[in-house]
Design a protein around this ligand. Structure first.
Ligand code: GUN
Length: 293
């Protein structure tokens, strides 16, 4: 049986640490950190994530601003909003929730964000710095996974890590961070994706698997090595009429099977998801500190 990597408890601990830091700032007469989130359109999952980010800010004493824009907004209108946020001195950082509607070019939008306020770490400058192992903002989901490994003192140095999925938000940065110098880090990394052949042969060799694919129950017990560390980034909504919300959240990992073989495993929900939010808050505190000095 495996040990649970409890993202919920760990994220609560990080939020408590941040709450204390905010209290110190405000008792010294300083303003609290301020995060803004831009949400374009009404995608259900995005609404949930952004709502959760804003609520977490309020809980720890950060200021937060939610900017909701209609999905018919033009790219230029969105760029004008970003320009305003870039210039707003009361704001330490902001995010533009992805995905964006099809008529808006994501690359252009992310490139328009001031890298100093890019607490998602998606701007090419920040992504490049991350790849070079320089100080920057690290994308919240992979950052949360690294933090979870760190707080559970799991040593991945020299181990074989297999990442499934090459998205700009999770898989690609994850592969870079796992291989970067540091602790956690120094892993030997294989980045797999939709064109990968014989995936199961590769995952079976892995000491650590990070699955960021978005296919419910994809990773089964026959695909993993005994004693592997399993990180599940999947959060797919699957229709379920028994549930009051009409759906349940299902991970990429067949938890019931794989948890019998793994040494450590993240649950869904309560694993990577809450860590993503905690690290976004941590990045906002970092932006506050950097911009103040
Ligand atoms: N969509 C899915 N994950 C994320 C994230 O971490 N940040 C933003 N901005 N959009 C996302």
């Amino acid at each position: 049986m495996s040990t649970l990597l409890d993202g919920k408890a760990t994220s609560n601990q990080i939020k408590e640490e941040l709450t204390e830091q905010v209290a110190e700032l405000t008792s010294a007469g300083k303003r609290p950190p301020h995060l803004a989130a831009v949400l374009v359109g009404n995608d259900g999952a995005s609404l949930t994530y952004v709502g959760s980010k804003v609520r977490s800010c309020q809980k720890i004493g950060f200021e937060s601003t939610l900017i909701q824009l209609d999905d018919t907004i033009t790219q230029d209108e969105l760029l004008a909003t970003i320009d305003k946020l870039n210039k707003d001195n009361s704001l330490d950082g902001f995010i533009v929730q992805l995905p964006l509607p099809k008529h808006i070019n994501e690359e252009v939008v992310l490139d328009a964000i001031n890298p100093k306020k890019d607490v998602d770490g998606f701007h090419p400058t920040n992504f490049g710095k991350m790849a070079l192992g320089m100080e920057t903002f690290i994308p919240a989901t992979p950052f949360g996974i690294m933090e979870l490994l760190k707080r559970y003192a799991l040593d991945i140095s020299g181990k074989h890590a297999v990442v499934i999925g090459r998205s700009h938000i999770v898989g690609r940065p994850m592969s870079i961070l796992l291989s970067n110098k540091g602790n956690p880090g120094n892993a030997t990394v294989t980045l797999t994706h939709s064109r990968t052949q014989n995936l199961a042969e590769i995952t079976k060799e892995a000491d650590i698997v990070v699955s960021a694919l978005g296919v419910p129950n994809f990773l089964t017990a026959d695909m993993v090595k005994e004693g592997a560390i399993i990180i599940d980034v999947g959060i797919t909504r699957v229709a379920d009429e028994q549930h009051p919300k009409g759906y349940v959240i299902v991970g990429d990992v067949h938890f019931e099977e794989v948890s019998k073989k793994a040494s450590y495993i993240t649950p869904v929900p309560g694993g990577v998801g809450p860590m993503t939010i905690a690290m976004l808050l941590q990045n906002t505190m970092l932006a506050y500190t950097r911009n103040a000095s």
